[in-house]
Design a binder for this molecule. Structure first.
Ligand code: HEM
Length: 461
């Protein structure tokens, strides 16, 4: 018989659970502000005062959420039957953006069906086809840099990842529709990355269409323009031979009943992939470029490795470079762009490290805190790519892409893309940090991004 201690989610708490509803509202509001202003600090304080498993209240629902940071606890969650979890407790806030038919809005059988339809295009072997496009786009974008002129790196990393998604995922060719979508998507990202946009996402009662000049009205009109262009593209592509891009592969996929994806499903998944894959990869790229150039010995070692490559090396060879891989892994360890996996609500009881959680409890494996544990990563705050050459970490010690049945479907694609972009930049552009301003992690929309990083081109190789 299990000796587990039965808990409800309030019992592992860092917060005072208020009985008085006015005080509770004030606590919720203050915690939301603290959490949104500096989520990393908020989580670190909670762990320091409470240990490996603790409860905090966070938006959007303000329900107490049990955070897990110990690898054993994470394993017990990721390795358990995933049908025990409902993951829509946090993803529903994205509905106005990604629609009802997005994989993020689904659970159970429909989620499994959608994952089966979406996974094959992101399979490792497919990546090879995308390598040349990623290399060419990086070249196009970095040619806008002029020697001696300081610039902010984040808009460029986002421009690269945006163009990559439009070409590789949406399969768009150069032309008017590509240009229009590029500009509209940039406006949409700017909106959701602003404090106003983030606030509107987390506070649904503010989502009111008060005309084209109101913030929500502006968003709805922007979204409509994007939808019209995407539906036009889908309609046109249904009449053409399928290509190698991810939209073509999604269009040719069928579920177990032989059903293909509908136009609305395709539209919602395209927007989901854009939002799942753009900011995340752009932030990681910006962090990696900063860390490589801040640590001159890392840059030197990486340059030596990249220089061993044949000038016509295949993208798959570049992606296998061990030190390059270690740099990207270490970047995602130290500065993961998503701090914890999607919140999961228990449908039946679950035992984690001797605690028994009741149905309805919300849990969140927290990769940010696990990946900074000194017992797994000595000197956890140091950027040390070598640790990934010296040791293999388990999927419960290192999980920047989450785990279980919700594990990021774009992880292989993101790793591949980031490595090709870094190798392309490092082998062509001599970059340096333009100033000594400290760079820190900040909340940007639903991801964590570096604050402004200014760099300068000193010459071309
Ligand atoms: C550095 C880049 C990226 C990071 C750090 C990242 C991280 C994550 C994380 C933490 C999750 C939640 C996993 C969980 O709850 O267990 C997730 C889910 C997801 N990601 Fe990514 N991601 C990245 C890039 C991408 C890319 C490039 C795409 C596609 C183009 C993508 C598409 C998705 C989708 C569709 C899901 C939802 C999966 C599901 O609900 O079944 N991501 N990602």
């Amino acid at each position: 018989m299990s000796q587990a201690r039965t808990l409800n989610q309030n019992q592992l708490s860092t917060t005072t659970i208020m009985q008085d509803s006015r005080k509770a509202r004030a606590t919720n509001f203050l915690e939301t502000i603290r959490f949104l202003t500096n989520p990393m600090k908020f989580l670190e304080i909670a762990q320091n005062s409470n240990g490996d498993i603790f409860t905090i209240k966070i938006p959007p629902g303000f329900d107490p959420t049990v955070f897990l940071t110990h690898p054993q606890a994470v394993e017990e969650v990721f390795a358990t039957d995933q049908r025990n979890f409902d993951a829509s407790v946090s993803t529903y806030i994205l509905q106005p953006l990604i629609g009802d038919k997005s994989i993020l809005m689904m659970d159970g059988v429909s989620h499994r069906r959608q994952r089966k339809l979406l996974m094959p295009p992101f399979h490792g072997a497919r990546m090879v086809t995308y390598g040349q496009i990623i290399h060419d786009i990086t070249n196009q974008v970095i040619r806008e840099w002029s020697p001696g002129k300081a610039f902010s790196i984040r808009p460029y990393s986002q421009e690269i990842t945006l163009r990559v998604i439009l070409k590789v995922v949406f399969g768009l060719k150069d032309g008017e529709r590509y240009e229009q979508l590029r500009q509209l998507m940039t406006s949409l990202f700017d909106f959701f990355e602003s404090k106003l946009g983030t606030g509107l996402l987390f506070l649904p009662f503010l989502q009111r269409d008060l005309g084209p000049m109101s913030p929500w009205g502006r968003f709805l009109r922007l979204k409509k323009q994007i939808d019209d262009l995407l539906f036009a593209e889908i309609r046109e592509r249904r009449t053409q031979p399928l290509g190698e891009d991810i939209l073509s592969l999604m269009m040719s996929a069928h579920d177990e009943q032989g059903q293909p994806m509908t136009d609305v499903e395709l539209r919602d998944e395209l927007i989901t992939l854009m939002f799942g894959g753009n900011e995340t990869s752009a932030n990681t790229l910006a962090w990696a470029l900063y860390l490589i150039h801040y640590h001159s010995e890392v840059r030197q070692k990486l340059l030596e490795e990249v220089n061993t490559l044949d000038p016509d090396a295949a993208p798959s060879t570049i992606a296998q470079l061990p030190y390059l891989n270690a740099i990207v892994c270490e970047t995602l360890r130290l500065y993961p762009v998503i701090l914890f996996s999607f919140l999961r609500k228990l449908k039946s009881p679950l035992e984690v490290m001797g605690y028994r959680f009741e149905p309805g409890t919300i849990i969140a494996p927290c990769n940010y805190l696990t990946q900074r544990r000194p017992d797994i990563y000595p000197e956890p705050k140091r950027f040390k790519p070598e640790r990934f050459l010296e040791r293999k970490f388990s999927p419960y010690e290192y999980y920047p892409f989450g785990g279980g049945n919700r594990r990021c479907i774009g992880s292989a694609f993101a790793m591949f893309e980031i490595k090709i972009v870094l190798a392309t930049i490092l082998s062509q552009a001599q970059l340096t940090l333009a100033d000594n301003r400290p760079v820190r992690p900040i909340q940007r929309g639903i991801t964590i991004s570096p604050s402004e990083i200014r760099m300068m081109l000193t010459g071309w190789y």
